[in-house]
Write a protein that binds this ligand. Structure first.
Ligand code: HPA
Length: 236
């Protein structure tokens, strides 16, 4: 049986799925990092793979950009395929002036301009927070290898090209580390679905400086972060 947007066989996904936005990145992670990875879904070219890391079964699947697309896949992975841990591995634009390109952020909480969480929760404010055991795993692994990591809030925007010129200064005033487009939706979907979720992000650009990472820097940076996340998720 497949689901509306995933054509994998039952049991084709591991209980932990890494979720990059770009399906080509999912393919890259499967081909270059995972052991013996096989493609398990390709509906709309939103590729998903299952392979091994540290002797554990792990899957990786693209989500597309933004909360609506991400929630289609997150929901179906949990409801139809029994996935328990949804871990976004993505990029973000830094808000905090101390962050540099390539820095890694663990998104502890996520604010948003999206209404999806209010739609979920009778128009009340649902706290979009990461799953603590996943935060702990990633921070512990980073600490053990002396890898610097920032843990804090991000802002998940529905609009990459945002019309509110005051949004960015407001985010800086409120201590947000970075802006991206998925974490807040993912966290609250996981809460409702009874799954665990985390977003780990590499800084690919800075909102107050022009220019971002080159494609090569982006690949190396995201690969390093992905290895750290894979180690953290499979460590015991
Ligand atoms: N805004 C939203 N999402 C992003 C950005 C940004 O500046 N950079 C990387 N993802």
């Amino acid at each position: 049986m497949s689901s509306p947007h995933i054509n994998a066989d039952p049991g084709a996904f591991a209980d932990t799925v890494l979720l990059p936005g770009d399906p080509r990145r999912a393919q890259h992670i499967a081909a270059t990092l995972l052991d013996d990875a096989v493609e398990v879904t390709d509906v709309r070219n939103m590729l998903g793979f299952t392979g091994g890391w540290n002797g554990r079964r792990v899957s990786v699947m693209g989500t597309g950009m933004g909360i609506p697309s991400t929630l289609i896949y997150a929901t179906e992975l949990v409801r139809f395929y029994g996935v328990r841990r949804l871990v976004r591995v993505g990029t973000c634009g830094a808000v905090d002036p101390d962050l540099r390109l390539g820095d890694i952020i663990v998104a502890l909480g996520a604010g948003t301009d999206s209404r999806v969480n209010r739609i979920r929760f009778r128009d009340y404010d649902l706290p979009a927070t990461a799953s603590w055991p996943l935060v702990e795993r990633v921070t512990r692994t980073a600490r053990a290898r002396g890898k610097p990591l920032r843990v804090g809030n991000v802002f998940s925007s529905d609009l990459f090209y945002h019309p509110d010129a005051e949004l960015r200064p407001a985010l800086a005033r409120m201590g947000f580390l970075a802006i991206e487009m998925e974490a807040a939706g993912l966290y609250c979907a996981a809460a409702e679905l009874g799954a665990e979720a985390l977003a780990v992000l590499t800084v690919s650009d800075h909102i107050s400086h022009p220019g971002g990472m080159t494609p090569e820097q982006r690949e190396t940076g995201v690969d390093d972060m992905t290895r750290l996340v894979l180690d953290a998720l499979t460590a015991d």
